[in-house]
Design a binder for this molecule. Structure first.
Ligand code: SAH
Ligand code: SF4
Length: 420
């Protein structure tokens, strides 16, 4: 693993030594001009507004929005000139006022199992402030490609085992910034019709898409950025555009109960709950939002989550912490707790980070735990800690908005060397 000081790397124009060929940087990577907003990432209403701004009549807007939608989301257009069915006059007006820029990719890393991590630079809230960096991770398998996206810069929730929680919240991402994470990944992978598709180890070989699934498991608590997340899911799932169906989009929450029901009713994606403990006393410590919404109310919200069914199960994430929550008694209590809920259980090996007081459970302990869960009728594929060599595991995303100390960097290098 090679942890990059992104600030220095960007300044030097440096690239990760792990970078491989086949991912041509998109043309739009040129520095965005702040004077011209980008239309990429907007929903239909946003596009209609943008058209109104340049004088397109209300009568014409619907048809023009459909054209823009097709070119931006289905074809991945990087410039208005590509939009051959839009007249030259309107194309010129569009380019004079807007761009199709994506956020700048500051670092791209490709792990030896095909996992990719990108660090994106987003503009600050206030002009002149430091920009925000957010990470996203692509996890390929033979039949699918999952993109782990962020919903906030940082997180306010301070779960005791989570690296992101140690970073103060800077801001919620906008819906466009969430959609743009997916678009950047597809740009980088050549995952649009007619583009040079990325080649390399570990990429999916089945199907014609490289990004097939989205998980909101990067930085931030998605249900604290509810409006952005809800709006972004509608754009991502639109069948005339990016077309990633809601069954393939999973929102992971630490348990913001009032928003769970709302998300199910208004949007309807798949749900994942960061459970991690079966007793309130322990969960209060690991996932402090439990003090506000304890297990009983959380599980009730799951039981009544509108989209859930046996075919659309809720995933319960359970991080394996040595000597903390990993006993056979915990496994039995977990199974009992989930009775009556259409559930999947996802045991996650803890990914250590510098300064954490926790350790990952031993492999035998994880197997024993997973056996108990399996015997109760749950398949529990232990989530492989992929991408450890680039520190990409979900939940371990932490942007470089706060710079790492030299000591932390050394610790990270040592950790990654052990994981190779
Ligand atoms: N805030 C949301 C989504 C982001 S975290 C949530 O908490 O659900 C995504 C998942 O990674 C969560 O289940 C989280 O608990 C888990 N996670 C956080 N830190 C981790 C770590 N160091 N090792 C393993 N999993 C971790
Ligand atoms: Fe925030 Fe999720 Fe990390 Fe908790 S586990 S601090 S909610 S990102």
């Amino acid at each position: 693993m090679n942890l990059i000081d992104t600030t220095a790397a960007a300044a030097a124009g440096a690239r990760s030594p792990l970078e491989i060929a086949g991912t041509e940087p998109p043309r739009s990577e040129a520095k965005p001009s702040p004077a011209k907003p980008s239309l990429a990432g907007l929903d239909r209403a946003g596009l209609a507004d943008a058209l109104a701004q340049i004088g397109v009549s209300e009568r014409e807007q619907r048809m023009r929005v459909a054209q823009l939608w097709h070119w931006i989301y289905l074809r991945g257009a990087l410039s208005f000139d590509e939009m051959t069915n839009v007249g030259k006059g309107l194309r010129d007006k569009l380019s004079a006022a807007y761009t199709l820029d994506r956020p700048e990719v500051v670092v791209e890393q490709v792990s030896n199992d095909g996992t990719r991590k990108w660090l994106l630079r987003l503009p600050p809230d206030i002009a002149g402030d430091k920009p925000h960096d957010v990470e996203m991770v692509y996890i390929p398998e033979s039949d699918r490609g999952t993109l782990c996206v962020s919903s906030q810069v940082g997180c306010t929730l301070n779960c005791s085992f989570c690296h992101t929680g140690t970073q103060r919240l800077v801001r919620n991402l906008t819906s466009a910034e969430i959609v743009l994470q997916v678009m950047v990944a597809r740009d980088r992978l050549g995952d649009y019709p007619g583009r040079d598709r990325a080649v390399g180890p570990g990429l999916p070989t089945e199907g014609d898409r490289l990004v097939t699934n989205i998980v909101f498991m990067g930085m931030g608590e998605p249900l604290y950025a509810y409006d952005s997340v809800a709006k972004s899911i509608e754009v991502l799932a639109d069948g005339e555009g990016l077309g990633i169906g809601k069954r393939r989009i999973t929102v992971s929450t630490s348990g913001v109960v009032p928003e769970i029901e709302k998300l199910g009713r208004e949007v309807g994606p798949m749900l994942a709950i960061s459970l991690h403990a079966v007793r309130d006393e322990l969960r209060d410590e690991l996932v402090p939002i439990n003090k506000k919404y304890p297990l009983k109310v959380l599980l009730e919200a799951c039981r009544t989550y509108p989209p859930a069914s046996n075919a659309k199960r809720i995933t319960f994430e359970y991080v394996m912490l040595k000597g903390v929550n990993d006993s056979p008694a915990d496994a039995k209590a977990l199974v009992k707790l989930l009775a009556g809920i259409p559930a999947k259980i996802n045991l996650i090996p803890f990914n250590p980070w510098p300064g954490t007081k926790y350790e990952c459970s031993d492999w035998e302990t994880i197997e024993q735990f997973s056996d108990i869960v399996f015997r109760a009728g749950y398949s529990s594929p232990v989530r492989t800690p992929r991408g450890r060599d680039i520190l990409a595991a979900c939940g371990q995303l932490k942007s470089e908005t706060e710079k790492l100390s030299a000591r932390e960097r050394l610790a990270l290098r040592a950790m990654a060397a052990a994981a190779e």
